[in-house]
Design a protein around this ligand. Structure first.
Ligand code: F6R
Length: 257
């Protein structure tokens, strides 16, 4: 099912698997149409199924990633690349080691850098020099964060160091041996860096995301719900499973009645 709310195209699927397959088809189409695309990639549990489907398509159709470049949204700080909880490790396990992307074309904020300020400026500059992100994949936190741009009083524009919200630390504790081991900081692309992407694809699944998806799409545009800024982007697609779509669908039905 498809609905359009303002500028945002929403695709609603029955299951997480279907959401993942649709997302994988869209990202793969981008790679086929523009083989030297710059992809913006996300981590977390939401896009894991999409990466699995992308690898399947890669294995059956020989999609060529040799000219693709990728920039990840974020990385914990401080964290070693080989730490199994790092996003560098996640990306390698879920996608990069399975496809023919060149190691030189993979960019993830360096969780081991000493000079964070310089790392952040260099990250944005590299994206800019390469011509900007063609397609940015996003997940969303239950508090509305995109990347690690947590609710705030203003939109933080460029790649920067963030202090993670207690909610985010709790939510991400499931990936760590204990909550105490979740780093309290991260380096994240900023809202402007994300909004400068030519296309945005946001994924969400599960009832736990239903309320924040509703606020993102219908709510006031406010740094208190960072994802709400997406209402101002010209080319956003959101793919939801039916649970994450629950409140959006109820709202749309009420308006029809
Ligand atoms: C990850 C990221 C975060 C996650 C969000 C949702 O790179 O930037 O914004 O997308 O925390 O995480 P999951 O998918 O685990 O619910």
């Amino acid at each position: 099912m498809k609905i359009k709310i303002g500028n945002i195209n929403i695709l609603i699927t029955e299951t997480y698997r279907e959401m993942s397959k649709k997302a994988a088809s869209l990202v793969t189409a981008q790679v086929i149409i523009k083989p030297n695309s710059i992809l913006g990639l996300a981590t977390g549990s939401t896009p894991a199924g999409m990466y699995k489907e992308m690898v399947k398509i890669y294995n059956s159709d020989q999609v060529d990633y040799s000219e693709i470049k990728s920039f990840n949204l974020d990385e914990y700080y401080p964290i070693k690349k080989y730490n199994k909880q790092s996003y560098a490790y996640y990306m390698d396990q879920h996608l990069f080691k399975h496809i023919n992307i060149s190691n030189q074309h993979i960019f993830i904020p360096n969780g081991e850098c000493e000079d964070v300020e310089t790392e952040c400026r260099a990250y944005d500059e590299r994206i800019h020099i390469l011509g900007g992100i063609d397609l940015q994949v996003l997940g969303i936190g239950v508090n509305g964060h995109i990347g690690f741009n947590e609710p705030d009083v203003h939109f933080e524009s460029r790649t920067h160091m963030v202090t993670l919200d207690e909610d985010t630390i709790k939510a991400n504790a499931r990936f760590f041996p204990s909550k105490d081991e979740v780093p309290s900081r991260a380096i994240s692309m900023g809202i402007r860096t994300i909004m400068d992407s030519k296309k945005i694809l946001l994924l969400a699944n599960g009832l736990g995301k239903a309320e924040i998806i509703h606020r993102t799409v219908f709510g006031e545009i406010s740094p208190n719900v960072p994802a709400s800024i997406l209402q101002l982007h010209k080319d956003v697609t959101i793919i939801l499973d039916k649970d994450a779509a629950e409140q959006v669908l109820n709202h749309a039905k009420c308006n029809e009645a």
